[in-house]
Design a protein. Structure first.
Length: 420
């Protein structure tokens, strides 16, 4: 697929659009199939590069993965002998690391590549490993791989508190291992993100005994084995937020349907503070911009606050605000690769350690920019929609990792955007 997006602005987006299934829910839910004695079916799964990469990792781990219809993943284990997740695959999609917990719990062995870093930060996995060790896994690091073994995991109390708050995929890995451990496990300082609740709901549908999902303390009573199950993936709250911010930055009116507004509360409140009119229904939100946004300060924090995965998109919006805004990211303080590219589009952003100050301007100016990571690419697309003239977003493949044809969704709202 072409790797550049050409955008002509400014455009005013108007109309309705539906969000796809959540990438960050689907990925750990896919890994959970490794625990199941029967087939696992995920309805509403997003068609994304990252989902395809997780499917590739699972196929190499003896799982049959098929797409049924256009949004349903049919998965079942056909061979339990493989235990390797290769560096080539894991480095390209970090969330593959989520196969570690299920593999150790169900197969008693796992050889999973350390993911390595990425554009948004160092991305350590120390909390994942500490949690699995506490459950009784013997873990060694060899030649860039985590080598984990356990005859039978045993329940315990695990504290997942980290220097930057809870770990989402760390909670997924530990939870997915604890469900087959002998006895009770208590996970303290667990992530409360909706994607973890969704993973837990799938595990419960498979026969797991879990309480406290969505709270910082999750209690698990281990069971002997887990059956297959069918689950629907929750809508992607990050994509929904991105689409709403697209409406706001273009001075338009956009209705995003097929979503869970309760997953977006902090973002909707902040949008209202910028002066946008925001109406939330049962499964849809409509944003209507009233002129240029007012400047607001944004601090990205763990759920239920404004998520780090929307921080870059907020910076794009605030680049056009009336007034000066301060943006901080407490989860990934160095997640700032989009700043230099937004500056190329005319934004006035001064970066300092752990944050940035943005002095809004009336109109950005189109330019050639380069995406460095998934959410930075979304921010550059949003800025391009509002900028005067032509914007080319290079390395747009990042966008396809986490958004199901965002270009088509935006074009459906009136954006002049095409691949090249
Ligand atoms: C998940 O990544 C998401 N990915 C990320 O979304 C998201 O930005 C992040 O959670 C925070 O919400 C998936 O769910 C697949 P963390 P994850 O472990 O689990 C530190 C996107 O754009 N930490 O919650 O890897 C870590 O460095 C992606 O969709 C440790 O110190 O993030 C960070 O500062 C990007 N030790 C903080 O915790 C550990 O062992 C939160 O990281 C693990 C993490």
């Amino acid at each position: 697929m072409a790797h550049c997006l050409r955008i002509t602005g400014p455009t005013r987006l108007e109309g309705e659009v539906r969000a796809s299934g959540s990438k960050n829910a689907a990925l750990p839910m896919m890994a959970a199939v490794l625990l199941a004695e029967g087939p696992v079916v995920l309805a509403g799964a997003p068609q994304l590069a990252d989902v395809d990469r997780m499917a590739q990792v699972l196929r190499e781990l003896g799982v049959e993965v098929l797409w049924d219809e256009d949004d349903t993943l049919q998965m079942r284990v056909i061979d339990r002998r493989p235990v390797h997740a290769r560096y080539k695959l894991v480095r390209r999609m970090r969330a593959s690391f989520c196969v570690l917990g299920p593999l150790v719990a169900r197969r008693g062995e796992a050889v999973v590549s350390l993911p390595g870093g990425c554009a948004i930060g160092q991305r350590p996995v120390d909390l994942h490993l500490a949690g699995l060790r506490a459950l009784g896994a013997r873990i060694a690091l060899r030649h860039g791989y985590v080598v984990a073994r356990a005859d039978r995991l045993h329940g315990t109390t695990i504290d997942l508190a980290g220097p930057y708050g809870p770990t989402v995929t760390g909670t997924a890995n530990v939870l997915s291992a604890a469900v087959l451990a002998e006895g009770q496990t208590t996970i303290e300082h667990a992530a409360v993100e909706p994607e973890i609740v969704e993973l837990g709901n799938l595990l419960i549908a498979m026969g797991a005994k879990i309480e406290g999902l969505g709270t910082p303390t999750i209690r698990v009573d281990g069971v002997e084995q887990l059956a297959g199950a069918t689950c629907r993936v929750i809508p992607d709250r990050i994509e929904a937020a991105t689409l709403l911010l697209a409406g706001a930055i273009t001075g338009g009116q956009v209705r995003v349907g097929g979503i869970v507004p309760d997953h977006l509360t902090a973002i909707l409140d902040l949008l209202r503070q910028t002066g946008c009119r925001v109406d939330a229904g049962a499964d849809a939100v409509t944003v209507r911009a009233e002129g240029r946004p007012r400047a607001v300060d944004v601090t990205a924090e763990p759920y239920p606050s404004v998520p780090t995965d929307v921080q870059a998109q907020w910076m794009a919006l605030l680049s056009t605000a009336e007034g000066t805004s301060a943006v901080r990211d407490t989860v990934f303080p160095s997640r700032m690769a989009h700043v230099a590219e937004l500056v190329r589009l005319g934004a006035r952003i001064d970066q300092h350690d752990g944050g940035a100050v943005i002095r809004g301007i009336a109109r950005l100016s189109g330019a050639v920019v380069t995406a460095r990571d998934l959410r930075a690419s979304a921010a550059l697309v949003l800025a391009g929609l509002a900028a005067e003239g032509a914007t080319t977003v290079r390395a747009a493949r990042h966008l396809d990792r986490g958004y199901q044809r965002l270009d088509l969704k935006l074009a459906g709202l009136g954006a002049r955007i095409e691949r090249s």
